[in-house]
Design a protein around this ligand. Structure first.
Ligand code: DC
Length: 222
């Protein structure tokens, strides 16, 4: 049998810095990256585009199974169309959270995610990477930050893009999405058994990345 592909899972709520941290850790190790949230965003986008409604799990799962997606040069293409920006809006995130609550959709995306594990290794970013998708991963991280801190980070991101917003509204939306992601019955957001929990509220990205790379070295992954 071939050696198993090493996987580092990085799970946590939106705004915890997972995306940036995962990309940095993967870059430092020279590993591949799986942005599993993008698959839920793409599914929701395709559901909306097809005119299907968001209350039909079997139809949404069928759409998820047939997604024609390509990740290239930091961009995401759906049916050949660059949707990198379109799937990053607040609306797209909220729709993604709705399809992510459907067990049928989660099952449809499972093999796809596992196939992303390729040598020399994979950094898997999501909500259930350590609990469901890669339960045998040698390093599982659960990255958190307070809702206020996450709202503030989001506010700054939007401001940089020239989009006006309000921190109190953003914090309320973040709490609402956390509640939906943590209370759903299918793969709720929760730390995996044996996960290294890192609260990034008062940490810089560099500090979080260094902490994860240290844990990887301690486990003989680098
Ligand atoms: O990480 P993100 O904001 O791109 O994720 C979009 C939505 O998808 C979010 O509501 C949580 C959900 N999601 C999930 O349920 N499981 C994953 N592995 C990744 C994302």
């Amino acid at each position: 049998m071939s050696d198993p592909v090493p996987v580092i899972t990085i799970d946590g709520p939106s705004g915890s810095g997972k995306g940036t941290v995962s990309a940095r850790v993967a870059g430092a190790l020279g590993w591949h990256i799986l942005d599993s949230g993008a698959l839920y965003r793409l599914t929701a986008f395709a559901v909306e585009k097809s005119g299907s409604d968001f209350n039909n799990p079997s139809q949404a799962a069928e759409i998820a199974r047939k997604l024609d997606v390509k990740f290239a040069d930091g961009k995401v293409y759906l049916d050949g169309e660059d949707v990198s920006l379109a799937i990053r809006t607040e609306q797209a995130g909220n729709n993604a959270s709705r399809v992510a609550a459907m067990p049928e959709v989660r099952a449809a995306l499972l093999d796809w995610q596992r196939e992303a594990a390729r040598l020399p290794g994979l950094v898997a970013d999501g909500r259930d990477m350590g609990t469901t998708v890669f339960p045998d991963a040698p390093l599982k991280v659960f990255l958190t930050a307070s809702a206020e801190e996450r709202a503030e980070r989001r506010y700054k991101q939007l401001k940089e893009k020239g989009i006006a917003s309000n921190i109190a509204d953003l914090a309320a939306e973040i709490r609402e999405r956390d509640e939906r992601d943590s209370s759903r019955s299918a793969s709720p957001l929760a730390p995996a058994e044996g996960a290294l929990t890192i609260d990034s509220t008062a940490m810089t990205i560099d500090e979080v990345v260094a902490r994860i790379l240290l844990a990887a070295r301690e486990r003989g992954l680098s």
